[in-house]
Design a binder for this molecule. Structure first.
Ligand SMILES: NC(=O)c1ccc[n+]([C@@H]2O[C@H](COP(=O)([O-])OP(=O)(O)OC[C@H]3O[C@@H](n4cnc5c(N)ncnc54)[C@H](O)[C@@H]3O)[C@@H](O)[C@H]2O)c1
Ligand SMILES: [Zn+2]
Length: 360
């Protein structure tokens, strides 16, 4: 019989877990493996709350297993390294994003695209190489293979830097891959939430002109004055959409729920690209005629590989890009999830694990 989460590994750990699809989180005792020769162990200080955590605790994608400890925007300070760890030492500031494992030998892994490896292992709710369940960053300590550990530059604040490990790489990678990182291009960002607001910052730093497309007119002032977007469109305002038809080279769509694509495709110039990174629980409708006329394309993108994640973090540090955050104690997490459902956060909740989660 499999051992219980509390005793399957030698190191005691504690976190907050969802027990069923109500998604309600509560304290959970489990265990972490001893530091292996290629492992980095770190004390978790902060963890961001990604909308994917919300989809997962409520089993909205139908793949969740319980107990589920979410969290894949994890930062902290190294407390122990294995004998074959070369890149990190005790005291280093580090992070772990969405991945903790991959096959390391397939075509994608060989090209530093572990995120597309068919055997990639997610940071939580997945089965690790040793057969045990992975638990995420709403917890006190983390043990990860050094290949999956990111170095956090000194100039990047740990709390506001944490969300970059998922939100940051998820928008940085497609901007680069789809060629939307060229200065002077006109890029649209749909959905001004956790991913969307950092998409504005990265695209801006790459030299793009930015239009934010949102259902909430009340985000206009902030988008323009605070985030530095160049223009703002209310997606349900036909007049505004009509006036902006054919103006965008590309769009990063971060919306977490089902929404209409035709207005967005209409905003693209000929040969423009609509890139989906949001992951609604139901399929969206794709009107092909809108694509044919103008040879437009719809693409997708899923986080990023480890090499590119480090590149993104270094780029963020260089350009002073961080997330706008609301730091919360761990016992506020259920309220934070309720507020995230209503998009009531500017723009990312980050849990202060170090000061508010009692270690076991
Ligand atoms: N592709 C990837 O690798 C990847 C990585 C991380 C997150 N995600 C997914 O991206 C999505 C966004 O994540 P986030 O953390 O930024 O979420 P978020 O909740 O912070 O932001 C989502 C935004 O979408 C807007 N929105 C919600 N419903 C809408 C609707 N019906 N029409 C228009 N706008 C709507 C909200 O107002 C909010 O601004 C989620 O589905 C998440 O699972 C994907
Ligand atoms: Zn995420």
């Amino acid at each position: 019989m499999a051992k219980s989460p509390e005793v399957e590994h030698p190191r005691k750990a504690c976190g907050w877990a969802a027990r069923d699809s109500s998604g309600i989180l509560s304290p959970f005792k489990f265990s972490r493996r001893a530091t292996g020769e290629k492992d980095v162990t770190f004390k978790i200080l902060y963890c961001g709350i990604c909308h994917s955590d919300l989809h997962m605790v409520k089993n909205e994608w139908g793949v969740s297993t319980y107990p589920l400890v979410p969290g894949h925007e994890i930062v902290g300070v190294v407390t122990e390294v294995g004998s074959k760890v070369h890149r990190f030492t005790v005291g280093d500031k580090v992070g772990v994003g969405c991945l903790v494992g991959a096959c390391r030998s397939c075509n994608d892994c060989s090209n530093n695209l572990e995120n597309y490896c068919p055997k990639s292992i997610l940071t939580y709710g997945a089965v690790y190489h040793d057969g045990t369940t992975t638990y995420g960053g709403y917890s006190d300590i983390m043990v990860a293979d050094e290949h999956f550990v990111i170095r956090i530059p000194d100039s990047l604040p740990l709390d506001a830097g944490a969300p970059l490990l998922c939100a940051g790489i998820t928008v940085y990678s497609p901007l680069k891959f789809y060629g939307l990182d060229k200065p002077g291009l006109h890029v649209g960002v749909v959905g001004l939430g956790g991913l969307g607001h950092v998409a504005v910052k990265f695209a801006k730093a790459m030299g793009a002109k930015i239009t934010v497309i949102s259902t909430s007119p009340n985000k206009k002032t902030e988008a323009l004055e605070h985030l530095g977007a160049d223009s703002f469109l209310v997606s349900t305002d036909q007049g505004q959409i009509q006036a902006a038809l054919g103006t965008l080279d590309g769009i990063i769509d971060t919306v977490s729920a089902v929404h209409p694509l035709p207005p967005l495709i209409g905003l693209l110039k000929s040969h423009g690209k609509l890139i989906m990174v949001g992951a609604p629980e139901k399929p969206l409708e794709l009107p092909t005629s809108a694509l044919l006329l103008g040879r437009k394309m719809v693409g997708g993108s899923c986080i990023g590989g480890l090499k590119e994640t480090q590149e993104m973090i270094d780029f963020a540090a260089k350009h002073n890009i961080t997330a706008d955050i609301e730091v919360i104690p761990i016992d506020y997490v259920n309220t934070a999830m309720e507020r995230l459902v209503k998009a009531d956060v500017r723009y990312r909740f980050v849990i202060d694990i170090g000061n508010t989660l009692k270690s076991s």
